[in-house]
Structures are given as structure tokens and as C-alpha cells.
Write a protein that binds this ligand. Structure first.
Ligand SMILES: Nc1ncnc2c1ncn2[C@@H]1O[C@H](COP(=O)(O)OP(=O)(O)O)[C@@H](O)[C@H]1O
Ligand SMILES: [Mg+2]
Length: 244
């Protein structure tokens, strides 16, 4: 088995990185050799003269992945903006075939590669391509990470339906951050509505973890919470999947 899974979200900040880390830890706990790729990261601060891709740094530290940074995150852009804009400011062209090439290199090193998207599905990557184009070129299925509360049904169904319309298979939805806000009627009923109207499984509900510290790269309860609450089996890339 040499393949991957693409983690997208309904928005930026919904928990793609946290869900990616949880999935990697859970797959590693099963003995699989897992890699991570964040093809394009924007909003990278410059620290001691180095452009730091923070999601990639978090995953490297929390999941113990040590691949070459240029393979894990080939485009590290400074401006906190969509990749099309951030890359233009630095006079860089985001080339999807280069990303596919880097992904192929990573897939030779690992049994599974978890690829984290940028923002949501319609985020522009260059002058003519958006995230769905990247997913299609990588030939991967996608998991959609969504918020728990009011408004998430609409955002999740928009994302799921757009993926399907573009010909991208949706493995399922992971709801992240349950309990950060008060748990009311929407939080309790959203998963069923999403499953019913989206015709996709909700693979799990990940709680808000008070001990998680993104800046310090600490997530002590992530592995146990992920294994207990998320259906990892369904997220395991299958041999019959297209791609590499
Ligand atoms: N389940 C969670 N428990 C605790 N903190 C979380 C959780 N999910 C997200 N966060 C916090 O919210 C931030 C945004 O989540 P992140 O995974 O980085 O979003 P995305 O990758 O979609 O932009 C994280 O950096 C972390 O600080
Ligand atoms: Mg992220």
C-alpha cells in the first residue's frame, strides 16, 4: 500500500492540521510508516532569517516526521493570504505538477502520505488553479474537517457537494473542536443532518483539547482522543484508490 489521503476543511482554522496530526499518530500507532505534506503554506513568519512553515513544524514535532522540509512543504510563503496572492508578492509560480512530483517522492518513502490542503476547496493556488485541481492531480480522496456549531451544515454540504461535483471522492467528515463553545442543539444534531443531506459518513467528533498547544507543538491527548473518537479504518487509503 503506497498512497495518500487529502485533508481539506470548510475554512481555514477549522482544524485540518490537528486532524492531520491525529490521523498520522493513529496510523503510526498501527505500525504504518506515515508521511505528511503541506504543499503550500502561507503566513509563514521569518524567524532567524528562516521562513518557518508552522503547520509543517507542528507535525514534524508532534508526529516525529523528519523528511526534507522541501519535500514536506515545497512552497513556504510569507504573506498571510491565499497562495495565488502570497506567491505573486514573492514572484513565485505555484506549479501543481511540481507538487505532484514532490508528493511522488514522499510516497516512495512512506506507506501513507497525509496531505493537508490550504484553506478550503476553492482557494486559488495560482492564476488559474484552485485546491480542487490539486486534489484531482494528486488523485486522492478527501476528508472534510468541519466545525461543530451553528452554520456548519451549510459550509460542510457546500464543501462535500463541490468535491463530488468536481469528481473528488469524499471519504467522510470529521467534526473538530467539540466543546470549545457551549454544546447546544446544533452541536448535537448537526452530525445527523450532515450525514443525511450530504450522503457522507461523519467519521468522528474530535473534542476541544485544553492541553493542546500549537505554538509549543504539544498535543498530549491527541492520539488517545483520535483513536477513541474517529473511525480511522475508513480513513485508511485503499489499494483500489487511484493515485500513486
Ligand atoms: N481539537 C482541538 N483542540 C484544541 N485546540 C484546537 C483543536 N483544533 C484546533 N485547535 C486550535 O485551533 C487552531 C486552528 O486549527 P488548525 O488545525 O491549525 O486549523 P487549520 O489547519 O484548518 O487552519 C490550532 O492551531 C489550535 O490552536
Ligand atoms: Mg493547517
Amino acid at each position: 500500500m503506497r498512497t495518500g489521503i487529502f485533508i481539506t476543511g470548510t475554512d481555514t482554522g477549522v482544524g485540518k492540521t490537528i486532524a492531520s496530526a491525529g490521523l498520522i499518530l493513529a496510523l503510526k500507532a498501527r505500525g504504518l510508516n506515515v508521511g505528511y505534506m503541506k504543499p503550500i503554506e502561507t503566513g509563514c513568519p521569518v524567524l532567524d532569517g528562516e521562513v518557518v512553515a508552522q503547520d509543517t513544524r507542528f507535525i514534524r514535532e508532534v508526529c516525529g516526521i523528519r523528511d526534507d522540509l522541501d519535500l514536506m512543504c515545497p512552497y513556504r510563503l510569507k504573506a498571510a493570504a491565499a497562495p495565488s496572492i502570497a506567491s505573486r508578492l514573492e514572484d513565485i509560480h505555484v506549479d501543481l505538477s511540481f507538487i505532484v512530483d514532490q508528493y511522488f517522492q514522499l510516497s516512495l518513502l512512506h506507506e501513507v502520505v497525509v496531505v493537508e490542503g490550504v484553506g478550503g476547496l476553492m482557494v486559488p493556488l495560482n492564476n488559474s488553479e484552485v485546491v480542487t485541481d490539486l486534489i484531482l492531480q494528486l488523485g486522492l480522496e478527501t476528508v472534510v474537517v468541519a466545525k461543530p456549531g451553528l452554520g456548519t451544515i451549510n459550509h460542510t454540504l457546500l464543501t462535500v457537494n463541490m468535491a463530488k461535483m468536481m469528481g473528488i471522492a469524499v471519504t467522510g467528515v470529521v467534526i473538530n473542536g467539540f466543546g470549545k463553545e457551549a454544546i447546544g442543539l446544533p452541536e448535537r444534531t448537526n452530525p445527523d443532518e450532515i450525514q443525511h443531506f450530504g450522503n457522507v459518513p461523519v467519521l468522528g467528533i474530535l473534542p476541544w483539547m485544553k492541553d493542546l498547544d500549537y505554538q509549543a507543538c504539544k498535543a498530549p491527548s491527541l492520539l488517545s482522543e483520535f483513536m477513541e473518537r474517529v473511525d480511522v479504518n475508513t480513513m485508511l487509503p485503499r489499494d483500489d484508490e487511484q493515485g500513486y
